[in-house]
Design a protein around this ligand. Structure first.
Ligand SMILES: Cc1cc2nc3c(=O)[nH]c(=O)nc-3n(C[C@H](O)[C@H](O)[C@H](O)COP(=O)(O)OP(=O)(O)OC[C@H]3O[C@@H](n4cnc5c(N)ncnc54)[C@H](O)[C@@H]3O)c2cc1C
Length: 311
């Protein structure tokens, strides 16, 4: 049983999700980690230090991860691997179904637990139920939710094998737009502060960012806050946003709609601040504070700053 994992990276740096995917995939067998990037060498060096990686395969080329060429590449490499695995993120969600079509296999997506080489848990109905999938296939293609697994440790020294030219792509890259932020990455942050539409404006939503900055936390938002233009799209948490699994989630002025809860089920502790004690989020919160966000958030931020918690 050997597993091929497609590494996540961005701007020439290995993504934090990769060590988590490796940890998950190593339950299935020895892991080969594939790095495909315009300049794969420095990323491959980083990847080689992840414990439990047997070998890093590095291939330079394919800027902006074109899904057609990545699919062709994975199909070429597929022979000999019992599992081909990617993070359940933008690239993996695009490539794994294409690969499944090409290899005539059924992919198993959004895996959150691995019981054996052929039995996996995945959420359904927006996270309201977990199904266990038993696959009868000899080869399995998986996307894995990184937030459901602890990262593999560092300190490894896997060999790096450099592969030849990447297949050609027929896709044309147009543009991408990024939210610049020094705050931690939302999907893998240990603390997340989330804000709802109740902040009423982008200016006031800065209160959420202020508290997050004080705690060294990432910022999340409800879809209602994103739709209202108070927060960028990539801060959205939930069924149609990011899935998070922080140690602490602080929900500020958030009602706790099912579609939002679908994104925070992995949170270990939920602290909610809401003026309505009957709001659904207050029922599931470990700590529910009935209060006005415009009073509580500035006071909490100021107290934490006094305590010198600012990182
Ligand atoms: C197909 C589909 C997919 C969706 N996907 C997502 C998703 O991925 N993520 C997501 O978040 N939503 C999603 N939604 C939307 C979701 O149903 C809710 O509409 C949304 O989560 C509500 O956001 P909210 O909590 O900010 O707003 P509201 O539901 O309006 O809640 C505002 C809360 O703020 C409280 N409040 C108001 N003023 C104050 C104050 N001054 N102090 C303290 N508390 C206050 C209120 O009591 C209330 O509980 C989806 C909906 C659909 C139909």
């Amino acid at each position: 049983m050997t597993v091929l994992v497609l590494a996540e990276h961005d701007l020439g740096v290995l993504g934090a999700a990769t060590a988590r995917i490796v940890a998950a995939a190593s339950k299935l067998g020895p892991v080969d980690l594939l790095v495909v990037a315009p300049d794969a060498a420095p990323i491959a060096e980083e990847a080689a230090s992840i414990a439990r990686v047997a070998k890093v395969l590095a291939i330079s080329g394919l800027a902006h991860a074109p899904s057609d060429a990545l699919t062709d590449l994975l199909a070429d490499l597929a022979n000999g691997y019992t599992h081909i695995v990617a993070a359940a993120a933008a690239v993996g969600r695009d490539v794994i179904p294409r690969l499944a079509a090409k290899l005539d296999l059924m992919p198993v997506t959004d895996v959150i637990a691995i019981h054996s080489a052929t039995r996996f848990d995945r959420p359904i109905y927006a996270g309201n139920a977990i199904e266990t999938v038993s696959s009868g296939q000899a080869q399995n293609l998986l996307t894995i939710r990184a937030s459901a697994f602890r990262p593999a440790a560092g300190g490894g020294s896997a060999p790096i094998e450099t592969l030849g030219a990447a297949p050609a792509s027929h896709q044309t890259f147009v543009s991408d737009s990024r939210t610049e932020s020094e705050l931690p990455e939302l999907s893998t942050a240990q603390i997340v502060v989330g804000g709802g539409v109740s902040f009423g404006s982008a200016e006031k939503f800065a209160l959420v960012e202020g508290l997050a900055r004080t705690l060294g936390a990432a910022v999340g938002a409800t879809r209602a806050a994103v739709d209202a233009g108070y927060a960028p799209n990539d801060w959205q948490v939930g069924q149609t946003g990011k899935i998070i699994a922080p140690d602490i989630y602080i929900a500020l002025g958030i009602s706790g709609a099912l579609q939002h809860l679908a994104g925070i089920q992995g949170a270990k502790k939920i602290i909610a601040v809401n003026s309505d004690p009957e709001a659904p989020i207050m029922k599931i919160a470990d700590l529910a504070l009935v209060g006005d966000i415009f009073e509580v958030v500035p006071a909490l931020t100021a107290e934490l700053q006094k305590l010198g918690l600012k990182r």
